[in-house]
Design a protein around this ligand. Sequence first.
Ligand SMILES: CC(C)(COP(=O)(O)OP(=O)(O)OC[C@H]1O[C@@H](n2cnc3c(N)ncnc32)[C@H](O)[C@@H]1OP(=O)(O)O)[C@@H](O)C(=O)NCCC(=O)NCCS
Length: 203
Amino acid sequence: MKVTYRELGPREFRGAIHALVAVYAAAMNPPDRTLSGREAIMDRHAAGPGFRGLTALVDGRVAGFTYGFHGENGQWWHDMVAAALATRSGGSSAGFGDTEAPCSWLDDSFEIAELHVLPPWQGQGIGRSLLLSLAAGRPERTAVLSTADAPTRARRLYRGVGFTDLLTDFRFSGGEPPYAVMGATLPLLTDATVPRPARPSSW
Ligand SMILES: CC(C)(COP(=O)(O)OP(=O)(O)OC[C@H]1O[C@@H](n2cnc3c(N)ncnc32)[C@H](O)[C@@H]1OP(=O)(O)O)[C@@H](O)C(=O)NCCC(=O)NCCS
């Protein structure tokens, strides 16, 4: 298979949102009724500060995508996580030393909003390449994201490139499953900076 990676500016990203949400739907299997809302959120994110989007094409067709932007006060995800970090400052929020407030993870952060690969192409390095390329060269001090608080492939991937748990068992809203909020100092770890860790037996 021939995989190519393509950066999308905000305008191109917006033009491709329908196809990207189809990848999201195939990867995440969300309720159909949520998809139009997801399109609207992604459309709004494309206007965010420091937006960067990437697609992976297999034989010319979209097989995966990722995007992120600079985190700022006033953004829904940023404010929810900042409030939770401020109140849940103990536990596993580590990384900048005991004296530094957990919220400093968000002070100069790149927020990775989505990363998805179509099921037939998963497990072949595409997601990892998308993630590393997205974060490469970013000016921010940290990268942050949220993902299902479960032993998933995504969680393993994030840990493998340097992300640690900032919050676990976190709920953005009452009806949703628990999330983990993870953070990494940039640059992310690559095979060139550290050998890929062996997978813990429970993961
Ligand atoms: C999570 C997701 C984006 C990861 O993308 P992916 O392309 O499947 O992942 P990768 O192949 O890059 O890496 C995952 C695995 O491949 C391995 N891998 C990475 N690069 C590799 C390479 N060059 N050769 C062989 N294996 C490789 C990794 O060690 C990892 O192994 P493991 O999952 O068995 O532990 C993708 O699986 C997905 O879309 N999942 C469903 C949606 C989802 O959970 N999205 C994230 C929401 S936060």
